[in-house]
Design a protein around this ligand. Structure first.
Ligand code: GLN
Length: 487
């Protein structure tokens, strides 16, 4: 049986558009129809505009008919996490605070996608201000995992992962501060790439923790990730942390770079807490690489045990500062009961933010306060340097590091109620953000119950070509993403 159109790969669809076998209007209509068929169960999108998408699809078809040379993204419907600004579209960040906010400008990635001819389709649900691992912190709805509707899709970019897995888009964008692209990708059987810090502009991304945040793609294959990355990467003068580096042809690199690679297995990522079925799938992936001629080496990342605490100090500190702008004065929720200026701040913020966001603002304010700054924030910054040095030392011996993406497969909606267990979800992903490295989650099998498992590959700074080529070696030899959810 052939794969339904909206579950096909971006590269395959691009070929059909190029050959004239398919039009963007047909494709976009198929995405709209699939969304209508499944969205009431999956709840991946917060808003979408079918008429607007079809108009852009029509424009793409006209460009093509006029014989213009078009790139592979032209006419492809892509949904963005609702933290990325699109001019004249709502941007809620999953928060009541921004429920009525309409963005007056485009994020840099949005401009780049528009230039590539993408049909912007839908805003994907997420945890409020990207804080969470399940989308349960969204102020509007909880997204379901397409592979088991009683389970979470992961988070915070859970809507982006679920929308793709459910065939409601051909690719999506998310953001990853501590795992928010890779963890939902692992839970939803799709590829999720968090690029090196600085490779993609953060201009127009609602900030959570600015020294950790990166935008990245969700796709069905590593090759598709290479295509989307090539379109959105690059220096931007509007983001002062954006890095000047040449952007290679990532897709071509998949063919050119063949290894054999040296892969490091960090022993600290295979200990207590790792689900046996996840562990077994990752062992199989390691064995695949060994058979493919790669050298497999045990490496050590000795400061791994400090990653989570370091992350939750730095991320909350930055969040407390970033979220100070939501004060009820300019463009956010303003309490109707506010009688004076103090009320405007106090009531607007009390009503506008959810519990998890408040918890983090309080934590972050505490670790930055004068009496505790040295003990927490400053110390966490020092440990962050040690964590980065661990990785760089490992890279003296290996090209990339291979780990599970998550300790467990997707958990049930409502099951994880205490914050600490939720934070433990990030145990294998936060180190990558603290060290500013690129990381990718690739589908690596299923549990007996049919829940997806993800493998994480961690690369060297700005060496996305190598990372993608290593991931492609595995991905192109397996077809886990071909196992579609039964919706
Ligand atoms: N789950 C992590 C957190 O809650 C990571 C979130 C993210 O990457 N945006 O902070």
């Amino acid at each position: 049986m052939s794969t339904p159109l909206t579950f096909q790969t971006l590269s395959g669809i691009a070929d059909q558009l190029a050959s004239g076998a398919l039009t963007s209007v047909q494709l976009t209509q198929a995405v709209i129809d699939q969304t209508a068929a499944v969205e009431s169960r999956v709840n991946a999108l917060l808003s979408h505009d079918a008429a607007d998408a079809l108009a852009h699809a029509q424009a793409s078809d006209e460009r093509r008919a006029a014989g213009k040379p078009l790139g592979p993204l032209d006419g492809i419907p892509i949904a963005l996490k609702d933290v990325i600004a699109v001019r004249d579209q709502p941007l809620t960040a999953g928060s009541k605070m921004l429920e009525k906010f309409v963005s007056p400008y485009d994020a840099t990635v949005t401009i780049k996608l528009k230039e590539a001819g993408v049909v912007l389709w839908g805003r994907a649900n997420c945890d409020e201000f990207a804080m969470g691992s399940s989308t349960e912190n969204s102020a509007f709805k909880t997204t379901a995992n397409p592979y088991d509707l009683a389970r979470v899709p992961g988070g915070s970019s859970g809507g982006s992962a679920a929308a793709l897995a459910a065939g409601e888009a051909i690719a999506t964008l998310g953001s990853d501060t501590g795992g928010s692209i890779r963890q939902p990708a692992a839970f939803c059987n799709v590829v999720g790439l968090k690029p090196t810090y600085g490779l993609i502009s953060r201009y127009g991304l609602a900030a959570y923790a600015s020294s950790l945040d990166q935008i990245g793609p969700f796709t069905r294959t590593v090759e598709d990730a290479a295509i989307v990355l090539g379109a959105i990467a690059g220096h931007d003068h509007r983001d002062s942390t954006s890095f000047k580096t040449p952007i290679p042809d990532y897709r071509a690199a998949l063919q050119e770079k063949k290894g054999p690679w040296k892969l490091g297995i960090p022993k600290e990522y295979f200990g207590e807490g790792l689900d046996p079925e996840v562990g077994a799938a990752i062992e199989k992936a390691i064995e695949f690489y060994r058979q493919a001629g790669c050298e497999i080496k045990e490496v050590s990342l000795p400061h791994t045990e400090y990653c989570l605490s370091t992350y939750y100090i730095i991320a909350t500190a930055e969040a407390s500062s970033n979220l100070a702008r939501y004060d009820g004065v300019r463009y956010t929720h303003r309490s109707p009961d506010a009688k004076n200026i103090e009320d405007v701040y106090f009531k607007s913020r009390s009503e506008g933010f959810g519990d998890e966001v408040k918890r983090r603002i309080i934590l972050g304010t505490y670790v930055l306060s004068s009496g505790y700054y040295d003990a927490y924030y400053l110390r966490a910054q020092k440990v962050r340097t040690l964590i980065r040095q661990d990785f760089l030392k490992a890279y003296e011996e290996v090209d990339a590091i291979l780990t599970p993406t998550t300790p467990t497969p997707a958990f049930k909606i409502g099951e994880t109620t205490d914050p600490l267990s939720m934070y433990l979800q990030d145990i294998y992903t936060v180190g990558v953000n603290l060290a500013g490295l690129p990381g990718i989650s690739v589908p690596a099998g299923f549990t007996d119950e049919g829940l997806p498992i993800g493998m994480q590959l961690i690369g060297q700074p700005y060496q996305e070509s190598d990372l993608l080529a290593i991931a492609h070696t595995y991905d192109s030899a397996h077809d886990w993403s071909g196992r579609l959810p039964e919706l």
